[in-house]
Design a protein around this ligand. Structure first.
Ligand code: URA
Length: 425
């Protein structure tokens, strides 16, 4: 049966469910250029306003997966399991997590992106390591999954091209914030990556994409439903992102902190989340190993070194250091009552850790070290934050972002737990 874009737009405008055939046709025709941007904009707005059912969203996702390549991991001998985080400030969890899960016996194909805006990108962080290479062929990915068990590399252009085109269109038509569109966008890329199991880290709070726990839960439910409908073993952790994760925010500083986690000396929150996600990933993959003793034994650190070396990096090489360091000191005695993730994320970004446009370079040495976290007692004059940058004139704008982003009080505040809930598929 032939379709036309106007009928599909009218159907969704009038609040009807799109048929599987309409969905398959419109995604394919849009990818080929046979449906115009203005028609897809109208359809995206109709979806934004009228929503899609769980079945429509699952079909929409499958059609976006079918628009491009499907990574073939059939030559990988271990069970494959991936993790996706909706993004946060100081979220370096992939770095210790991938080698930890590999050291426990599963294979982790982690195809990642670069940072845009106030949350950092995993590839930008790893590129702080001298020699490390992000672009691998499918044959290299498969070989490394069999030899080391973990790969963190760039997603190829051929994965879910419909999503790349639609995401750029949503960005300029006010249609990003629709849960069926966000969920199908995330899951199309993850399904195309070909892992058998997937654990999601869906964050809420000032530093996250979803500001409230209720919205994060709705997104997590939509993501899990799509994964199930497309044959994945899937679960989601709901986690807090109102405070930066760990003490390091940026690129090289986050690599250094991840190495500390792998050597058993990392901050408690990063270690806790790494182990919680590893447990969930191993359970989905059917591997009966407790990751906590594997982390403590140093085996995960060994796997990290092999993972970095396999991609041309030198895990022992010194990391880049900044040309300028600026300390922000406590103005009074008391307890750090608040350290806002968004403020710290924007400040690190302005120091050069992130980029404003996709084609901009990042400074690997830029970032922030948080010398105190909420609940810590501080004394007047003590350094609270250490700003790193190669561009000294970026410091005033970073300080402006931090203005009002931290607060010292007389007593310790109630802190939110890091792990809020787990949704299982
Ligand atoms: N991340 C994605 O990949 N897609 C969205 O739509 C939003 C966040």
């Amino acid at each position: 049966m032939s379709h036309n874009a106007i009928d599909v737009i009218r159907a969704k405008r009038d609040g009807n469910r799109l048929t599987d055939a309409q969905i398959d046709w419109v995604i394919d025709a849009y990818t080929r250029g046979a449906v115009a941007d203005e028609q897809m904009s109208a359809l995206a707005m109709a979806i934004f306003l009228n929503g899609m059912t769980a079945e429509e969203t699952a079909r929409w996702t499958a059609a976006m997966v079918a628009s491009g390549e499907h990574l073939d991991l059939s030559a990988v001998t271990r069970p494959t399991v991936d993790k996706h985080s909706t993004g946060g400030v100081g979220d370096k969890i992939t770095l210790p997590l991938a080698p930890l899960v590999a050291a426990c016996g599963a294979a982790v194909p982690q195809l990642s992106g670069r940072g845009l805006g106030h949350t950092g990108g995993t590839l930008d962080k790893l590129e702080s390591i001298p020699g490390w290479r992000a672009n691998l062929s499918t044959a290299e990915i498969t070989a490394q999954l069999n030899s080391v068990g973990a790969v963190v590399c760039a997603a190829t252009e051929g994965l879910a091209p419909a999503d790349r085109k639609l995401y750029a269109l949503r960005d300029v038509t006010g249609t990003v914030e629709a849960i069926p569109l966000i969920a199908s966008s995330i899951m199309s890329k993850k399904i195309a990556e070909g892992a058998q199991s997937l654990v999601l880290d869906v964050k809420s709070g000032t530093g996250a994409f979803m500001k409230t726990e209720a919205d994060a839960r709705r997104l997590a439910e939509a993501l899990v439903a799509i994964g199930k409908a497309n044959g994945l073993n899937i679960s989601a952790l709901l986690t807090d992102m109102s405070v930066p994760l760990g003490r390091a925010v940026g690129n090289a500083v986050e690599v250094a902190e991840s190495v500390e986690v792998l050597k058993g000396n990392g901050p408690a929150d990063v270690t806790e989340l790494t182990i919680a996600l590893a447990r969930e990933m191993l359970a989905l993959a059917g591997v009966d190993t407790d990751p906590a003793p594997v982390l403590a034994s140093g085996q995960a650190y060994e796997t990290w070194s092999r993972m970095i070396s396999a991609q041309g990096g030198n895990p022992e090489a010194p990391l880049p250091t900044p040309a300028h360091v600026h300390l922000v000191e406590a103005q009074e005695d008391g307890v750090l009552a608040e350290l806002d993730a968004y403020a710290v994320g924007v400040a690190a970004w302005r120091l050069g850790a992130g980029r404003a446009r996709k084609e901009d370079p990042v400074q690997h040495a830029a970032g922030i070290l948080c010398h105190a976290k909420p609940g810590d007692r501080v004394t007047k004059g003590q350094p609270l934050l250490e700003l790193h940058t190669n561009t000294e004139d970026a410091i005033p704008a970073a300080l402006a972002a931090l203005d009002g982003g931290y607060r010292i009080a007389e007593s310790a505040p109630e802190t939110k737990p890091l792990l809020l809930d787990t949704l299982r598929g």
